[in-house]
Design a binder for this molecule. Structure first.
Ligand SMILES: *Cc1c(COP(=O)(O)O)cnc(C)c1O
Length: 517
């Protein structure tokens, strides 16, 4: 045997047995057999579980599952991957929520494509860190190619750049950080105000249906508590350009600098896309930064039939995309794109040990200069292998299919007297509620819908989301699985109607008595 055939079980000369045993777990050339075995055993376990999964969720409650987890003695290792996987089955896999299941209809979690899972396995084994070239080499170049590719799909022009992030929340945060710096500099150049005073006056405009991470970011960025102004939406839950114009004008009159308008291309609840061309016109006229939050709608970038829904996005100053939503990528995979690469300098700090300023002159590509993270996963590899194996059209095909399905689901609900359905989504959500028959039960509609959602989840038969519309409780399907059929949806609607109907039956007579008394 060669030196490299040296097996993990043989202690190296002069190495204490405990040390040799610990070292045998390190991923390296000596331990490839262990690596192969562990990963294939893990994949086998997940595959077996998926083959046996009949429901998206077991319905287990936190109080029943918690003792299983807390009962494990972390001081007492099992030493055996297979025993650890058996245990994992009990504390996690058996009761996990499975997004690949066609009756998982709740949040913006997609089933994932296999090329991306392959990427996930590769990237975590090699473990490149995307902060500097000297920790990543080709990984940095691959991420940059994908940023250029995405910026190209958006149409941001030759000066564009960007960086991968951990998610839409972080992408939105960074976009607002960049816009805050630009707005502060502009306001301080115009007036004698201090930075502190400017910060307290900055405003961000987003629609009522915009994502809550905008408010969270404003707080993190030190803006005033009332810095985020909600712009009115139309009945389709899209920002009203006239309302935006009004707010921009009001801010101008009150001398409140607007640091950004955040338009949403795919609102989380309604899948609505703000009228980007009109919003871009208004931003251009007012000289205001336009950020487009396309965390959800970014899948349209690869659609062969609906790309036009994103028309106007190419005029944004910055764009958020979440590949882990509509590109069928595992968590995490997101990016922030900017029209003008130079604005990323607001995230640049130099550390002697990591990315000294001289490296910029030497043209060494250090992504940390553009990121608010330091150590950072090579999440881009998942998208890379997805594009190299499937291609963008195939991803677009998957997204188009769920958008079509949502339209069919909407029509199904609109024709069903048991339900009331809200605006028709431009993407793949359907917001609706069970509508109790005329009579005293009507007043229980909110509670009945809340109850139906919980009862459904506890049964594990299906998982749906809930949200509030104009103060009332509604249910929501977020369709991201092309395997979800209209039959699945019809079946889930029956289950919801049964749960909600039973809730009303059990309580409506009581209520009638109460009223009569
Ligand atoms: C999901 C979502 C976000 C947040 O993205 P995360 O990846 O969950 O951090 C932001 N904006 C919109 C419109 C979203 O749907």
């Amino acid at each position: 045997m060669t030196f490299h055939g040296y097996t993990a079980d043989l202690p190296s000369a002069g190495v204490r047995p405990e040390a040799a045993r610990a070292r045998s777990h390190l991923f390296n050339d000596r331990n490839v057999a262990r690596y192969r075995n562990a990963l294939s055993a893990g994949a086998e376990r997940v595959a077996a579980r998926v083959l046996r999964t009949e429901r998206p969720f077991s319905g287990i409650s936190p109080s029943r599952l918690a003792p299983e987890v807390s009962g494990i003695d972390l001081e007492l290792p099992l030493h055996d991957p297979s025993a650890a996987l058996d245990e994992l089955d009990d504390v996690y896999l058996r009761d996990a929520v499975y997004f690949h299941h066609p009756r998982y209809l709740a949040h913006l979690n997609c089933p994932v494509v296999i090329p991306a899972l392959l990427g996930e396995a590769v990237l975590s084994a090699v473990n490149s860190s995307l902060d500097t070239w000297d920790q990543s080499a080709g990984a940095t170049l691959i991420e940059r190619r994908l940023i250029d590719w995405t910026a190209g799909r958006i149409g941001l022009g030759p000066g564009a750049d960007g960086v991968f992030t951990s998610g839409g929340t972080q992408s939105n945060f960074q976009a607002l950080l960049l816009s805050r710096e630009e707005a502060c500099a502009a306001a301080m150049a115009r007036s004698p105000l201090s930075r502190h005073d400017v910060l307290s006056r900055l405003r961000v405009l987003t629609s009522e249906a915009g994502h809550f991470s905008v408010r969270k970011s404003a707080k993190l960025l030190g803006l005033a508590p009332d810095a985020v102004i909600s712009v009115e939406t139309d009945p389709d839950r899209r920002m009203r350009p006239a309302a935006l114009a009004r707010e921009l004008e009001r801010c101008r009159r009150e001398d409140l600098p607007v640091m950004a308008v955040v338009a949403t291309a795919g609102t989380t609840d309604f899948g609505s896309i703000d009228p980007l061309p009109e919003i871009a016109d208004l931003c251009e006229r007012a000289g205001v930064w336009l950020h487009v939050d396309a965390a959800y709608g970014c899948g349209l970038l690869v659609s062969r039939t609906r790309r036009d829904l994103l028309d106007g996005i190419e005029r944004a100053d910055s764009v958020t995309v979440d590949f882990h939503k509509s590109f069928f990528q595992p968590v995490s995979s997101s990016a922030l794109l900017v029209r003008d690469a130079a604005v990323l300098r607001h995230a640049t700090y130099h550390a002697d040990y990591l990315n000294p300023a001289r490296m910029v002159e030497q043209r060494i590509p250090n992504q940390v200069d553009k990121s608010i993270q330091t150590t950072r996963r090579f999440d881009a590899l998942k998208l890379w292998l997805t594009l190299r194996i499937m291609g963008p059209d195939a991803v677009g095909e998957l997204f188009d299919e769920v958008v079509d399905r949502a339209a069919d689901a909407w029509a199904l609900l609109a024709a069903d007297p048991r339900f009331e359905v809200v605006t028709r989504s431009q993407l793949s959500t359907v917001v609706f509620r069970y509508l109790p028959p005329e009579g005293p039960g009507r007043t229980l509609a909110d509670d009945a819908n809340l109850y139906a959602r919980d009862a459904l989840s506890a049964s594990g038969e299906a998982v749906v989301a809930g949200t509030k519309v104009d103060g009332h409780h509604y249910l929501k399907f977020t369709l991201l699985n092309p395997e979800t059929s209209l039959d699945d949806i019809a079946h889930v609607l029956d289950l919801i109607a049964n749960h909600a109907g039973r809730y009303i039956e059990d309580r409506a007579p009581l209520q009638t008595c109460h009223r009569a008394g």
